[in-house]
Design a protein around this ligand. Structure first.
Ligand code: F2R
Ligand code: MG
Ligand code: MG
Ligand code: MG
Length: 350
């Protein structure tokens, strides 16, 4: 039904931005059990209708996601030069949003070369190996929503949109994994509990197809995400105890690379569909974001990606509006989601 779909579009983009805004104060931190209690109080406060604090500010994750949404809304055919210009304009307008250390070089080169070859600067990163940062994955949500029923085209657009800044196969495939996971979550009925095994296996089958392309490549990246997804599945089967989060960090990671953060975000999303002993809330959306942040490391980005997944699955009803109002761009993000939803109506039906 179209009103449910629209609600899922709104919750996905809002969820992505809420994760970014609430996670960013903790980015780079190691979270002790004492800090988990502080994070519980932080969320309790954010849900308190009488709490009046300054907006939680968004970072590069939301800034770039907005550009990806605009890229789809403003032009009927994907125009990657337009997207590159949106990224660069947004960056120079407001550079202090915590962008990745190396991606800013790409923005400067794009600008200085007058967008002559929009894929060249990214190709030159890291002595030609390209970035494997999670920057492609953190901003991919609008593509997953917009093309959720055009699978192959969705992958093509997500690949090209990523390659403007990230050309390493791990950076690209991480973005594709996050994209596929969102489109899969979008199609799940929020009234029915997700079977994590089924969800992971579906993702794993799709990554098998994607990672097969690199069969001749002798580097160790082949099967990388399939293997991670098997770990996600195994960790989800374990009973929660004090040591489990450490295992998650050890085996899945909580870092700035796509490889050490996208599977982690998927894990957070699936785990938070059930109660978690260290987190006191009856709300699965909040639990997702809060849990992602308690893992520490790249908290804004892992919470952003997990929040996009939770929103795409649960819809807007699951997001406490009091919580959402604490985020800097909450109204703009919902408007963007509505425009993205409307823009789809012009698309030919498959
Ligand atoms: N930049 C940050 N956070 C760092 C600041 C933390 C904060 N100051 C604190 O501690 O409180 N966050 C944002 O960056 C991430 C997305 O980055 P993106 O867009 O992928 O950028 P980049 O620069 O391309 O890659 C990020 C880093 O990954 C390493 N890296 C990537 N590819 C590499 C390769 N081929 N070889 C070696 N290293 C590689 C580099 O360290 C890059 O700088 C998000 O977390 C966003 O929130
Ligand atoms: Mg910090
Ligand atoms: Mg950020
Ligand atoms: Mg980050």
């Amino acid at each position: 039904e179209s009103s449910l779909l629209k609600s899922k579009f709104r919750a996905c983009l809002l969820g992505s931005s809420i994760g970014d805004c609430f996670g960013s104060p903790y980015e780079g931190d190691i979270i002790t059990s004492g800090e988990k209690i502080i994070i519980q109080r932080y969320f309790d406060k954010l849900e308190d209708p009488n709490f009046k604090g300054p907006y939680k500010q968004y970072t590069d994750d939301t800034a770039m996601m907005k550009s990806v949404a605009k890229f789809l809304i403003d032009k009927p055919e994907p125009d990657y030069k337009f997207l590159a210009k949106l990224f660069v304009t947004e960056y120079f307008k407001d550079p202090k949003r915590g962008y990745g250390q190396n991606v800013v070089e790409v923005f400067h080169k794009l600008k200085n070369s007058k967008f002559d070859d929009i894929f060249k600067p990214a190709n030159e990163q890291f002595l030609g190996s390209g970035s494997y940062g999670n920057g492609g994955a953190m901003r991919v949500a609008p593509i997953a929503l917009y093309f959720y029923n055009k699978y192959n085209y969705m992958l093509e657009v997500a690949t090209n949109a990523t390659k403007i800044t990230h050309t390493n196969i791990l950076g690209i495939n991480g973005a594709l994994l996050q994209c596929i996971a969102i489109s899969q979550a979008l199609l799940c009925d929020p009234e029915t509990k997700i079977d994590p095994k089924v969800f992971c296996n579906q993702l794993c089958d799709k990554m098998k197809e994607i990672e097969k392309v690199d069969e001749d490549d002798l580097d160790a990246t082949q099967n990388a995400y399939q293997e991670k997804l098997k770990i996600v599945e195994n960790l989800l089967e374990k009973k929660h105890d004090d040591k489990l989060d450490e295992e998650v960090i050890l085996h899945l990671g909580h870092g700035i690379s796509a490889y050490e953060s996208v599977p982690t975000a998927i894990y957070c999303f699936l785990k938070a569909q059930n109660e978690i002993p260290t987190i006191d809330t009856g709300n699965a959306f909040r639990r997702t974001i809060q849990y992602a942040i308690t893992l520490g490391g790249d908290t804004d980005t892992i919470a952003c990606m997990a929040g996009a997944l939770a929103g795409a699955y649960l819809g807007e009803e699951a997001i406490n509006p009091i919580l959402a109002k604490q985020c800097e761009l909450n109204k703009e993000i919902l408007e963007l989601a509505d425009n993205l939803f409307s823009a789809r109506e012009g698309l030919p039906i498959e």
